[in-house]
Design a protein around this ligand. Structure first.
Ligand code: HEC
Ligand code: HEC
Length: 325
């Protein structure tokens, strides 16, 4: 009997220790060999920089995450704040800090080559070869838009700000090492998507640039895996420090007559609501940046959302204050 117990104990220790090393190894995996950095040079011109600025401060909302919390209201108002990173995302599996993407060489992305920057936006692999927690689903963005964004971000003044290393618990390392893989575009990413008030452009905005899809579709809270019908809502945020202890569940944006919140909204009403900005201070939706979308983009998004499959999914309570969360 004793012998069996001893064997069991040894086996458990070996399995646990093995798991521990395996997870740490997977977490530290460097993807440079599987995803070699391309040798590319992005040629910037004023048109590209202007379009990149529109995308970065509007639909793609880089500044919403790449600055510190005290600049949050300034970003909402549309001020150009330094994108020196350090925003602390408190998640169940640890603290993730947004990177410094100003052009400082030591602490920012001034030292990244165009190829490394491109690989980050296309495959979610950081300059150091590690996979990033997937906050940035830009993997299907057009080649042209990625070039424009890089061209604009490179114009940001260098700001020295050493962002702390991500602080993940064992669970976080396991998820990052085992569940989160580099992103792969669906098929061949488009060279260029024509900006127009079309359903096609609206889908491109909602899926590949503004991430309406990523927040308004239900996901597994541990792994981020998509488990709900597209745009039918149900993804939960908080309660945590980022939501100031409020709880938010994304509403259903599909045109379902009974449960889709905007089923009865006209295009004008939608545009008015998007321009109106945030109602809930702690909502994770980047209302400020989205309020600066121009008419073409907002019309396109509206027209696209009209074509999404209606899904009957009632979200009982979109917003709950701290004591009820
Ligand atoms: C929802 C929040 C969010 C948005 C929006 C966002 N980022 Fe990030 N970004 C992050 C976080 C968090 C990290 C760090 C991830 C990690 O360390 O695992 C990061 C990392 C990066 C990196 C990696 C830097 C390095 O060390 O290699 C680059 C480059 C970057 N972001 C650029 C951008 C650009 C450009 C945009 C807008 C087009 C953008 N990000 C939008 C949250 C965001
Ligand atoms: C980071 C997550 C996130 C992203 C990205 C996001 N949303 Fe939301 N959205 C939310 C949350 C949470 C709410 C509920 C709280 C609120 O109204 O602020 C919401 C609410 C809404 C509402 C309802 C507002 C109301 O007054 O009832 C609309 C409409 C909406 N989102 C449209 C969009 C569109 C269109 C996009 C893409 C352009 C988008 N959202 C991207 C999280 C997000």
């Amino acid at each position: 009997m004793k012998k069996i117990l001893l064997v069991l104990l040894v086996v458990t220790v070996v399995v646990v220790a093995g798991g521990y090393f395996f997870v740490n190894h997977a977490y530290n995996h460097n993807y440079d060999a599987e995803f070699p950095v391309k040798e590319i040079t992005i040629v910037a011109d004023s048109a590209k920089i202007a379009h990149g600025k529109y995308l970065a401060l509007g639909p793609a909302h880089c500044a919403h995450c790449h600055t510190t919390f005290e600049n949050f209201e300034a970003v909402e108002r549309g001020e150009e704040v330094p994108m020196h990173g350090g925003f602390d995302f408190e998640l169940p599996f640890g603290h993730i800090y947004s990177s410094n993407i100003s052009s400082d060489v030591e602490t920012g992305i001034g030292g990244l080559s165009d190829g490394q920057f491109y690989r980050m936006l296309r495959h979610n692999i950081k300059g150091n070869g590690r996979v990033a927690i997937d906050f940035m689903p830009f993997f299907n963005m057009s080649e042209y838009d990625i070039e424009c964004i890089i061209a604009y971000i490179r114009t940001l003044e260098p700001v020295k700000n050493e962002v702390p290393e991500n602080d993940l618990n064992f669970m976080g390392k396991a998820i990052l090492g085992l569940a989160i893989k580099p992103s792969m575009p669906k098929g061949t990413p488009p060279e260029f998507v024509k900006r127009d008030t079309t359903v096609e452009y609206g889908e491109y905005m909602a899926f590949s640039v503004a991430n309406c899809y990523g927040c308004h579709t239900n996901r597994d809270l541990q792994t981020g895996e998509f488990i709900g019908e597209p745009y039918a809502g149900g993804f939960k945020f908080g309660p945590d420090a980022t939501t100031q202890q409020w709880t938010f569940i994304t509403p259903n944006l599909t045109p379902d007559e009974e449960t889709g919140i905007m089923a009865s909204w006209s295009e004008e009403q939608f545009i008015e609501r998007m321009r109106g900005g945030r109602v809930h201070m702690a909502s994770p939706m980047p209302w400020g940046p989205f309020s600066r979308l121009d008419d073409i983009d907002l019309k396109a998004v509206y027209r696209f959302l009209r074509t999404v499959k209606p899904v009957n999914n009632r979200i009982e309570k979109v917003v709950s204050p701290p004591e009820e969360g």
